[in-house]
Structure formats: structure tokens, C-alpha cells
Ligand binder design. Structure first.
Ligand code: SAH
Length: 348
């Protein structure tokens, strides 16, 4: 795909309208084309029958619709979770997970091919960073699954492969397109962005005043111990992250939540619970405890389920709201931190 060409399905409606006006076309044509891509979820420009033939030819000359396809689907036997390997235009593979919670359906999408954050316990980072996903490639993950399962996705979590705030502009583009009335029209309140704490971009996101839910991967309340599992802590301290969270809450009125991947003997003591209470004092927040999903590259395990409940009660006794994340799709490596790009290479 040539770089100079325009990626139509990564353009916000206003950008597409400006483009059409610059081509001497009417605005409503841009809206027809936008609906074709984001409501009909169609990847072939020539199938857009509403547009005149000459315009279709002109569009094909200057741009393209970025197309992804389902490469493989794994279905969990334990629950209704499905993991999709999605093939991008350049043959790279990413993973996307569909979770069925009965009344609503959630997808966990990837934001990058690989990841450069280097968290020691996370599979996504093990094969290094390859490239950012475009806004269209994030949208395509949702559209492909909706088409495949013939249903509507009403919740999106950006918690798959990659660090969303390390691909800031494309993630914002994604949010604006998916939220557009002329597109999928998904409420931003139904979207969660998970970050390891890129402080400068938490401030930037707060200033956008988009009501998305922000969740911070905290995993340890002690700076030195957090650094041992999350190298990004060198750049952004826990103090700085918490200040940014307060700012986010003030700007958006959205309660920030924290993810806490619990690892036996490493971050699960009373001392950790007490320090969590100390650092989170006065912050309207919530902790989501994620039992560690073991990966071969990391030597650590989750505590027993019984003990995880003990840790949860410790937090609650300190006045911190906490929940334990249910494992989804454990038998298909669909759970948190188990997604990796490059499955294709491994299988081969
Ligand atoms: N880069 C984003 C999204 C990552 S994945 C972030 O750091 O938040 C979403 C969550 O899964 C993060 O909290 C991440 O730290 C956690 N996670 C990663 N590997 C894990 C593992 N092996 N077991 C449990 N949780 C894991």
C-alpha cells in the first residue's frame, strides 16, 4: 500500500467531507461513503453503488479502504469467549478477543503490532514492537467480529496488544469515528482505554474531554518494585501518574480505575494493600485485581483463588473498592496479557 494514498476508513467524517469538497464533490457524498464504510462495513469501494462511477474511479486513484480479514478463530469450551487472529494488509497478525457477558458483548482490541513497553509478565511485548495500527485497523477488528457473529458489539476495551497511549493520534481518530452518529455511533462511555501510565498523554486525553473510561495498569504501589516488572516506570513515577489521574477525573468526571495483576509473593502482601490505601487516598477509584496469567517467559504465578479473595478483603477493609477479574477464554490463551503478535510465525 502506497503511503501517499489516502486511507479513507481512517478519516473522521469532517475530514472526509473536506476531502470531497476539495474534489469538487458535494458533502452528502462524503456522508454516503462514510456510512458505507462504517455502517455497512464494506471494504470494496466499487460496491458503493450510491456513488457515481466517475467518483468511484477518482477515489480509487487517490486512496484505498484499509482491509483486514479473519485469519483464524479459536472458540473457548469453557465460556463463550472467542479469540480471533486478524490479518492486516501487510500480512501481519494481531489478536482480538470477543467476550459474551449475556446482555452485552465486549471486544478487547489491539492498538499496535507488538508493544514497546516491556512489562516483564506480558506476552504482547515479547516479540517487540512492529508498528502502530491505523484507526481503520482498530475499527476493522470490531466490524469483522460483528459481521462474523452477526451481532452488535456494545463495549470496547483497548486492552489487547499494544499501548494505546503510545499510538495516541490513531486511537483518538478511532474514538471519533466509532462515536460518530454517521458511523457505528458507539457511546464513548462504553469504551475503556488501558494504559501503563504515559503521563503526558493522560493529560492530553483529559483535555480532549471525551468521556472514555481510563484504567491504569498499576500492579505495585512501590515505585522500586513496580520498576522491576514495568520498565516504563523509569519515565513516569507513580506520583506523577496519580496526579495525572486526578486531573483526568477533574476534567472528565470519569472515575479512574486501576488494574492490579496479582503475582504470588511479589505484590500480594498486607504491606502492598496498606500502601495502596495510602497512595490512593482521596481518589475516587476502583481496583480491578487480575490473577496473573502465566506465560512461559515469566517466572511467576497467581496466588490461590482463596488468597486473592483475602487480598480483596484487605483492600475493602481499607476502604478501597475492588473486584476480581474473571478469567475469560483461558483454554484459548485469550486472557489478559496472553495475546501476542506473531502467532502465525510460531505456528509455522
Ligand atoms: N498497554 C496497556 C494494555 C495492556 S493489556 C496497559 O499496559 O494497560 C491489559 C492489562 O493486562 C494490563 O493491565 C496488563 O498489565 C495486564 N497484563 C499483561 N500481562 C498479563 C498477564 N500475563 N497476566 C495478567 N495480566 C496481564
Amino acid at each position: 500500500m502506497e503511503n501517499k494514498k489516502i486511507e479513507f476508513n481512517s478519516l473522521k467524517i469532517e475530514e472526509l467531507e473536506d476531502l470531497f469538497l476539495s474534489l469538487g464533490e458535494k458533502k452528502f457524498r462524503a456522508e454516503q461513503f462514510f456510512r458505507f464504510m462504517h455502517q455497512k462495513k464494506n471494504f470494496e469501494i466499487e460496491n458503493c453503488k450510491q456513488l457515481p462511477k466517475v467518483l468511484i474511479e477518482k477515489l480509487k486513484e487517490i486512496g484505498y479502504i484499509n482491509t483486514s480479514s479473519i485469519y483464524t478463530k479459536y472458540e473457548s469450551k469453557l465460556d463463550n469467549t472467542k479469540k480471533y487472529l486478524i490479518k492486516l494488509y501487510d500480512n501481519r497478525i494481531i489478536e482480538t478477543v470477543f467476550m459474551d457477558y449475556g446482555s452485552y458483548c465486549t471486544v478487547c482490541i489491539s492498538s499496535q503490532v507488538g508493544c514497546r513497553m516491556g512489562c516483564t509478565f506480558c506476552a504482547s511485548t515479547k516479540e517487540n514492537f512492529k508498528r502502530n495500527l491505523t484507526s481503520a485497523e482498530m475499527l476493522n477488528q470490531i466490524y469483522l467480529i460483528e459481521n462474523d457473529l452477526n451481532l452488535t458489539i456494545n463495549n470496547v476495551v483497548i486492552m489487547g496488544i499494544g499501548e494505546p497511549l503510545d499510538n495516541y493520534n490513531n486511537v483518538i481518530g478511532f474514538l471519533k469515528i466509532i462515536n460518530s452518529e454517521k458511523g457505528k455511533n458507539l457511546s464513548l462511555r462504553n469504551i475503556t482505554i488501558s494504559t501503563c501510565g504515559l503521563v503526558h498523554n493522560i493529560y492530553k486525553l483529559a483535555d480532549e474531554k471525551l468521556p472514555v473510561t481510563l484504567t491504569i495498569s498499576l500492579h505495585n504501589p512501590f515505585q522500586k518494585e513496580r520498576r522491576e516488572i514495568m520498565p516504563i516506570s523509569d519515565n513516569f513515577s507513580i506520583d506523577e501518574i496519580l496526579k495525572a489521574c486526578k486531573y483526568y477525573f477533574d476534567k472528565t468526571s470519569r472515575r479512574v480505575s486501576f488494574e492490579y495483576t496479582i503475582i504470588k509473593g511479589q505484590n500480594d502482601s498486607k504491606k502492598h494493600a496498606l500502601e495502596l490505601k495510602n497512595i490512593l487516598k482521596g481518589l475516587n477509584c476502583h481496583i480491578n485485581i487480575i490473577p496473573l496469567n502465566s506465560i512461559k517467559e515469566f517466572d511467576g504465578v497467581a496466588p490461590s483463588t482463596k488468597y486473592i479473595y483475602v487480598f480483596k478483603s484487605m483492600l475493602e477493609n481499607y476502604g478501597i473498592n475492588a473486584t476480581i477479574r474473571k478469567k475469560q477464554g483461558d483454554d484459548i490463551n485469550g486472557a489478559c496479557g496472553q495475546l501476542r503478535q506473531g502467532v502465525l510465525q510460531e505456528e509455522n
